[in-house]
Structures are given as C-alpha cells and as structure tokens.
Design a protein around this ligand. Structure first.
Ligand SMILES: [Zn+2]
Length: 268
C-alpha cells in the first residue's frame, strides 16, 4: 500500500525526461452498490502537491469534532448521516445534529480546493452488465482526456488512479490491468503512469474525500437531495462550459435536466 497524502509520489517517468514530470492522482469511491436505482463511481483528481493540504484540513476537522481522539478516524459520509439509533462508534459520541454539521463542513473544503471532480452516475436498469466496470472505464477515459488537455496546453502531467477497496476488487484488478496495458473500450490511455492501486479508505484522507463526493452525487440522483452536490458542482472537470467530469447514463437523457445531461444537449 502507498501512503499518498503524506509524501508526494516519485514519478516513475522522471528517469526518462530531462524535466521532472508531475503527477495528478485521482481517488475514487462508489455509492449505491446495494438496493438502489443508481450506481455512482466518483472522486477527485488532485495535483500531488495538494494532497497533503487537503488531508490536513480533514485532520483539523477531526480535532474540532473529536478532540479526544488522537488516532485518525475514517470519516465516512453515510456514517455521519446515520440516525442516533444506527450510529456506530466513534460517530455515536456526537449527537445527530453535530454529525450533520461535520458532514456539511467537509464540502466547502472540496469546493475551495484546486481538485477536479469526476462522477459517473448509472441508472442500473439501463446496463445489462456490471455497472462498476462501465463506470470505471468511463472515469478512467475522462481522467486520461483531462490530462491530454493539460498536455496540449504545454503542461505535461501523468495520472495515477487510487481506488477504494470494495467487493468488486477482484474483478476490477483484472480490468484495471487491461486498461493500463491496452486502453479502454473507447481507445488507448496515453497519460497514465501506472496501473490503478487499491487502498482502504482508512489509509488515506483523500479516499475519504472521494467517499464524500460519491455520496453527494448519490443523494442528488437517488433521493433528490442536492444540498451537498450544489456546493461542489463547480469543481467538476469542465472546459468552455462543457462538463466533462459528470456523466449521467439514463434511459431518459433527452428529458433529463441534470447538469451533465443539460451540458451535453446544449453543446451538441
Ligand atoms: Zn441527467
């Protein structure tokens, strides 16, 4: 396992070029894996030097809300939104109102960062196969395209993918290796430095932030609760008014007025 929010990763390509290459790291987590209409794979792409500062801000929030805990608590959006009856330790040390305040305090950190967000929302009934694989290919493709745009603007950066461990891990490891070596369904990848890594959310604050992004998108599409989504919406990867970072795969895209569908219709 790599600890990515404590020290910048060394670029494996540094040896091949005269000028050092820098790394963009995308952290991904999922929502809606069980009994839900939507599946979401989402997260944030962060310049390697910014990971430390984002992690520090979550550390500060923990000190503010859990002053008695010196060891890192794995901050998890759905746990913070749980009722008093279902809240688990250590979250049950806070009343529900304080837990929701902590949940709300995380989103401005994301909104005020320099990260770029990516989210793939899949209406499960529209895909015959595993939605995770479809979403994973989409997000890898879009992350690669973002790095390609940076490259065309003279800013050569490589990308690294870090995925929260999940029940899909075994299937995804094979898919991840295929994507790294051969590309994805829509073509080759050009800007990735290595195969994706899998890590537990407890090991890095950045995967915890990916969980908050994924949860905000899930609540927007599954439950119509856009409060957190609206705070982070401006940070989805976009260029010239077109939103590249948010994708909504639905049978009814022509009648959907979410930002992703609207952006595609108005730009076509
Ligand atoms: Zn839509």
């Amino acid at each position: 396992m790599i600890v990515v929010d404590r020290a910048p990763l060394a670029s494996p390509l540094n040896l091949r070029v005269s000028r050092p290459l820098f790394m963009h790291i995308i952290y991904l987590d999922e929502s809606g894996t069980h009994d839900a209409r939507h599946f979401v794979l989402a997260g944030l792409a962060v310049f390697e030097r910014d990971t430390y500062f984002l992690a520090q801000q979550l550390d500060q929030l923990q000190r503010q809300y859990f002053p008695g805990h010196s060891r890192p608590i794995n901050l998890h959006a759905s746990e913070l939104g749980a009722s008093d009856e279902t809240a688990k330790p250590p979250y049950d040390e806070l009343p529900a109102k304080r837990r929701l305040e902590l949940l709300r305090d995380v989103y401005p950190i994301i909104a005020q960062s320099r990260s770029r967000l990516f989210g793939i929302v899949i209406e499960k009934s529209t895909v015959p196969s595993n939605p995770y694989e479809r979403a994973f290919e989409q997000v890898v493709s879009r992350f690669d395209q973002m790095l390609g745009r940076f490259f065309s603007q003279g800013d050569q950066q490589r990308g690294l993918i870090v995925v929260a461990e999940s029940s899909y891990k075994e299937n995804l490891e094979l898919l991840a290796r295929q994507i790294a070596e051969q590309g994805h369904s829509w073509g080759e990848t050009h800007n990735l430095a290595d195969i994706p890594y899998f890590a537990s959310a407890g090991s890095t604050r950045l995967l915890q932030l990916a969980d908050f992004v994924s949860n905000a998108i899930y609540r927007r599409y599954e439950r119509g609760d856009a409060r957190a989504f609206d705070v982070i919406m401006p940070r989805f990867d976009q260029e010239g008014g077109r939103i590249h970072g948010l994708v909504h795969l639905t049978a009814n895209r022509s009648n959907c007025y979410c930002p992703a569908c609207l952006s595609r219709r108005t730009q076509n």
